[in-house]
Design a protein around this ligand. Structure first.
Ligand code: IPE
Ligand code: IPE
Ligand code: MG
Length: 252
């Protein structure tokens, strides 16, 4: 019998268990208003608050936000500096609110590239919110999908060298960023581009992909509801036929 290379068929519900978002379009939002790009990033923070809150209310279990990619270091130094400063400010100011709302914060990405101060703030924020179970907010900072995969393989094989040549999907999963989360059901990219930009390349294998022209600072609760409504209308077949879906429950 042929076996699937994806481990199992995830349960499909009305509300996605895991939503992953590329928050794009801050710069263009600002440009259309004659404002500097950084103003778009500042306004983007408000959209983050709204979307986090709405996901918690809807009962989404995991929300993963792409905040800074491993490629974003190529931007002008002033913009990189501003974004790192904004991230530092968020970690200082927003964690109390997350804690109060029962939200667990985790940062995914390569921390080696971040300052000592940021690393310390991240660790403190993760520890403070570690006990929460309502919603897990994963923020990807200095994250790249290829880094994630290489990092996972390298760590796995250094822990268990005997697995070389026969690594299985279940061996690898725990070493990936989001290793203990269900795979994303719904991916959203704002800002009009239709690409993955080195986000969760392994984890998005069977995710429903939703693209909207709305710039991130304008993305609000209604826009999220529209994406979820679109998601509900998808038929998630995972390789099977439509007919099988009506007759079979799960099955590998
Ligand atoms: C997304 O908005 C935010 C980050 C990548 C940090 P952009 O800054 O990419 O905005 P556009 O794509 O230039 O409009
Ligand atoms: C992707 O956005 C990264 C984040 C949103 C953090 P970019 O705006 O950097 O993506 P590309 O390079 O245009 O594809
Ligand atoms: Mg962009």
């Amino acid at each position: 019998m042929h076996t699937s290379s994806t481990l199992a068929i995830p349960e499909v519900g009305e509300i996605p268990r895991h939503i992953a978002i590329i928050m794009d379009g801050n710069g263009r939002w600002a440009k259309t208003r004659g404002l500097p790009r950084i103003e778009g990033h500042r306004r983007g923070v408000e959209a983050v608050r709204t979307v986090v809150q709405h996901c918690a209310e809807l009962g989404v279990e995991h929300l993963t936000l792409f905040a800074f990619s491993s490629e974003n270091w190529r931007r002008p130094p002033e913009e990189v500096h501003f974004l790192m400063g904004l991230f530092r400010l968020m970690l200082k100011r927003e964690v109390a609110r997350l804690d109060k709302n029962g939200i667990r914060l985790r940062i995914i990405g390569n921390r080696d590239g971040l300052s000592d101060e940021l690393r310390a703030l991240i660790e403190a924020a993760e520890t403070k919110t570690a006990c929460h179970t309502r919603l897990t907010l994963n923020v990807a900072v200095n994250y790249g999908g290829r880094w994630d995969l290489l990092n996972a393989f390298n760590r796995l094989l250094s822990d268990r060298p005997e697995l070389a040549g026969r690594v299985s999907e279940s061996d690898l999963w725990p070493y990936l960023a989001l290793g203990d989360a269900p795979e994303p059901d719904l991916f959203i990219r704002t800002g009009g581009e239709q690409r993955i930009s080195n986000f969760l390349i392994w984890q998005l294998a069977y995710t429903e992909l939703y693209f909207t022209p709305v710039f991130w600072p304008d993305f609000d609760a209604a826009a999220l509801d529209a994406a979820i409504q679109w998601y509900r209308e998808r038929e998630r077949r995972f390789g099977r036929t439509s007919e099988q879906l009506t007759t079979t429950q799960g099955g590998e």
